[in-house]
Design a protein around this ligand. Structure first.
Ligand code: SF4
Length: 199
C-alpha cells in the first residue's frame, strides 16, 4: 500500500515508540516506558489544530496551535499547547525561546486584545472600537498628508513625498499582504515605512 505520511504525522506517530525505546535503553522497565509514551497523546487528545505564524520576528516560523474547542465553529476555544510546525519550510518544527513561550504570551493578562486610544489632554489609554479606531487613523493620516505633502522640491523637481507620518507593519503576514501593504504605503508618498520583515 502506498501511504503518504507528513513529517508532522510521522513525528506524532513515532513519538510514542521513540519515548518507549529511549527509556528502555536507559534501563526503565516496560511499565514506566508505557506510561511515558502515553503522556503526550493524552495531553493533546481531542484538541483542534490550527496552523499559524509566530508573531515575533521576521523569520516567521510556522506554528501549530492546539486548542480545546473550535473557534471556527463559534465555540469558545482554550489554547492548551503551541509548538513548531514540522512541515513548515522555514523552521521544520523548531522554535527559538521566544516562539517556544508563545502560549504564555497569548494567555498573558497584560496582552492587548483591542485598540486603545489616549485622547488629547488625557493621561490614560482607553478602549476604542475597531471601526472607530480605523476611522480615526484614516482621518488623521488624510489631514496630515493634505497639510504636509511635498509635490515638488525647491528646484521644481517632482518628488511626491510625505514625510510627516510613518507606518510600521507587522512581519507575521503572508507575502501577498506584505506586497499589498508596501504598494499602498508607497503610493501615498510616505517614506517613513518599516517592518520587521523589511518589506
Ligand atoms: S520562533 Fe523565534 S525565530 Fe521563529 S519567528 Fe518566532 S521569534 Fe522568530
Amino acid at each position: 500500500m502506498n501511504m503518504e505520511l507528513s513529517r508532522r504525522a510521522f513525528l506524532r506517530t513515532s513519538g510514542a515508540g521513540l519515548a518507549g525505546s529511549t527509556l528502555g535503553a536507559f534501563g526503565f522497565g516496560e511499565a514506566e516506558a508505557a506510561v511515558a509514551a502515553y503522556v503526550k497523546p493524552f495531553h493533546l487528545a481531542n484538541t483542534v489544530e490550527a496552523r499559524n505564524t509566530c508573531t515575533y520576528c521576521s523569520v516567521a516560523c510556522g506554528i501549530i496551535i492546539f486548542s480545546k474547542g473550535d473557534l471556527r465553529k463559534g465555540e469558545k476555544a482554550d489554547i492548551v499547547h503551541i509548538e513548531g510546525d514540522a512541515d513548515h519550510p522555514t523552521n521544520r518544527g523548531t522554535l527559538c525561546p521566544k516562539g517556544a513561550a508563545l502560549k504564555d504570551i497569548v494567555k498573558s493578562e497584560t496582552r492587548l486584545t483591542q485598540p486603545m486610544v489616549r485622547k488629547p489632554g488625557s493621561d490614560k489609554f482607553e478602549p476604542i472600537a475597531w471601526d472607530a479606531a480605523l476611522d480615526k487613523i484614516a482621518r488623521a493620516m488624510k489631514d496630515d498628508r493634505d497639510a504636509n505633502f511635498i509635490a515638488k522640491n525647491k528646484d521644481g523637481v517632482t518628488v511626491n513625498r510625505w514625510l510627516t507620518t510613518g507606518f510600521l507593519a507587522a512581519s507575521a503576514t503572508t507575502n501577498e499582504t506584505a506586497f499589498a501593504t508596501y504598494k499602498v504605503v508607497r503610493s501615498t508618498g510616505m517614506l517613513g515605512f518599516d517592518n520587521q520583515a523589511r518589506v
